[in-house]
Design a protein around this ligand. Structure first.
Ligand code: GLC
Length: 558
């Protein structure tokens, strides 16, 4: 097929489907109700059982013949020693593994077993803050003269004892906590148990680069950088202006929600640090940097670096944020295509451990449209565990809420709703654990689980499997151009992916009504995948019939 050679030359992270493993809730191997690294090893075959080529024919047959998703890379949420005030995003030691999750040898085994199956491993790096129990912070708060004092951000009180500035935390309340012993405030944009590191200090910067080197030397393929846009703050710590459009019903403690975040994040100086991190990655073979950040498109795009010397993949959550209409989503994709410089590779995220489940936002039928969209757009798709099953937000009894955001800003803000255990089968605790899990199992686990969906040819999971297989075998999907196609219908989003002679049309019906689309493309094609997984047939491109909530991938005849 034309273009195939070029596609094989693409770096892995451009070809990959990335799958987020929220470690605490993926698979518990020890029976303590919390997921762990050995649990991930046990479920690797589900993610990708590997090819006969990577494993050797006989070994391949022995290893679980069960249907696997065939994703190419996993991003694993933090496994470092932590008091778990923010469930692992409060790190006590950046170069070790919490005994809750395993140990370093288990991590090495996971890396090895993943690589054997052709799965790349991306780890979470938390550069903005540590736990208040990290030895660096314990030293830093010892005295104003401590050599590590300046590794964190300390400020005097105002003359009247007031806070150093007005910034608010996304978890509620102000970002400053008073330290009685040394008579200064320290900065924490999240919990007071998460003091912020001072990236303007060269020794701290070096220490964090050494952390990256530790994991790169161990063989990890990628780094997902947590809240990367926050690591540098305004040098003068100026007050943020009020957000005049803020929702008047915000929780009284939600100072963060009432401000425009002008000075606490997205400062120009962050880009030099990203260049340094990127230069470090370039010393290794084929490693990839992802970064968690939001911001308007023109600010977000700067994180690729001026000449592509920043992040490979600045995460893009906009499909989860824009109104779910064909026109709004088309406009979003066009805006992204238009703003990306030629060196920048797009990426799209459709779920995460911080956001409500898309299945609950869109409803069961549109969730299949979302899957087809995510896996056919130009760029690297990032899936969140359980979305392939159509998992919905959990209803969690108040007394079982654990997320600090939910506990502080109201239960409706709890991120626990998308962090419940993975649903492996219909047995007790959904096959996730042999004991009661740390968060309750979703009520619909008996039917919405991996085992049940594996045997149902039309299941959501089988749609993901088909789409992922199709994507990885189609040069046009992997590396083709993107172009929106006009059809005269406002309810459908249609686009063309093309590489050389290979042309694939994707047609998505965002409504619960049938639609007949006419395109000016002319000619004929064949339906390769319907979101209903029930048809493959020839079709004219002058008139494309879509059933309610139906999406199609159509290969155009040459
Ligand atoms: C990121 C993580 C989130 C965490 C926060 C603070 O946004 O994804 O789970 O609470 O950083 O570390």
């Amino acid at each position: 097929m034309s273009g195939t050679a070029a596609v094989e030359d693409l770096p892995w992270w451009k070809r990959a489907v990335i799958y987020e493993v929220y470690l605490r809730s993926f698979k518990d191997s020890t029976g303590d109700g919390i997921g762990d690294l050995q649990g991930v090893i046990e479920k690797l075959d589900y993610l990708n059982e590997g090819t006969a080529l990577s494993l050797g024919q006989a070994e391949h047959r022995e290893i679980n013949p069960s249907p696997s998703l065939r994703i190419d890379a996993i991003w694993i949420t933090p496994f470092y020693p932590s008091p778990m005030a923010d469930f692992g995003y409060d790190v006590m030691d950046f170069i070790s593994v919490d005994s809750l999750f395993g140990d370093l040898p288990t991590f090495d085994r996971l890396l090895h077993e993943a690589h054997r199956r052709g799965i790349k491993v991306i780890i979470d790096f938390v550069p903005n803050h540590t736990s208040d129990r990290h030895p660096w912070f314990i030293e830093s708060r010892r005295s104003r003269d401590d050599p590590k004092r300046d590794w964190y951000i300390w400020r005097d009180a105002g003359t009247d004892g007031s806070l150093p500035n007005n910034w608010g935390s996304p978890f509620g309340g102000p970002v400053w906590t008073w330290d009685e012993a040394t008579g200064q405030y320290y900065l924490h944009q999240f919990l007071k148990e998460q003091p912020e590191l001072n990236w303007r200090n060269p020794e701290l910067r070096q220490a964090m680069m050494d952390v990256l080197r530790f994991w790169l030397d161990r063989g990890v393929d990628g780094i997902r950088m947590d809240v990367i846009g926050m690591i540098v703050k305004d040098a003068q710590f100026r007050d943020n202006p009020p957000n005049l459009e803020a929702d008047p019903d915000l929780h009284p403690d939600d100072i963060f929600g009432r401000q425009v975040h002008l000075y606490n994040e997205d400062q120009d100086d962050v880009h030099k640090i990203l260049q340094d991190m990127r230069a470090l990655l370039e010393e290794y073979d084929d490693r990839c940097a992802l970064g968690e950040l939001g911001y308007p498109l023109d600010r977000w795009v700067r994180y690729y670096g001026e000449d592509g010397d920043g992040l490979h993949l600045p995460l893009n959550f906009r499909l989860m944020e824009r109104p779910w209409t064909a026109q709004a989503i088309r406009q979003l994709v066009e805006e992204i295509e238009a703003i990306l410089p030629s060196f920048a590779w797009p990426t799209y995220v459709l779920g995460s451990h911080d956001a409500p489940r898309m299945a609950s936002r869109l409803g069961g039928d549109q969730v299949r449209i979302a899957a087809m969209l995510l896996l056919t757009l130009r760029g690297t798709p990032i899936l969140y565990q359980g979305d392939e099953l159509g998992m919905e937000n959990a209803r969690i009894p108040s007394e079982r809420i654990r997320d600090p955001q939910g506990l502080r800003l109201g239960h409706e803000r709890s991120r626990d709703i998308s962090r419940m255990p993975m649903l492996w089968d219909g047995s007790a605790h959904s096959g996730f654990s042999s004991s009661e899990p740390w968060l309750p199992v979703s009520a619909d686990y008996a039917t919405k689980n991996v085992a049940a969906q594996a045997t149902d040819p039309g299941s959501n999971m089988n749609l993901y499997r088909r789409l992922i297989r199709y994507r990885s075998s189609s040069p046009a999907m992997l590396d083709g151009s993107y172009r929106s196609v006009d059809t005269g219908s406002k309810d459908c989003f249609v686009y063309l992916r093309q590489l050389g002679q290979e042309r694939c049309l994707v047609a998505l019906n965002f409504t619960s009504h049938s639609r007949a689309l006419s395109t000016a493309l002319g000619g004929n094609g064949s339906v390769e995948i319907s979101t209903y997984l029930d048809r493959s047939e020839a079709t004219s491109l002058e008139r494309i019939d879509l059933r309610p909530h139906e999406g199609l991938i159509i290969e155009m005849d040459p």
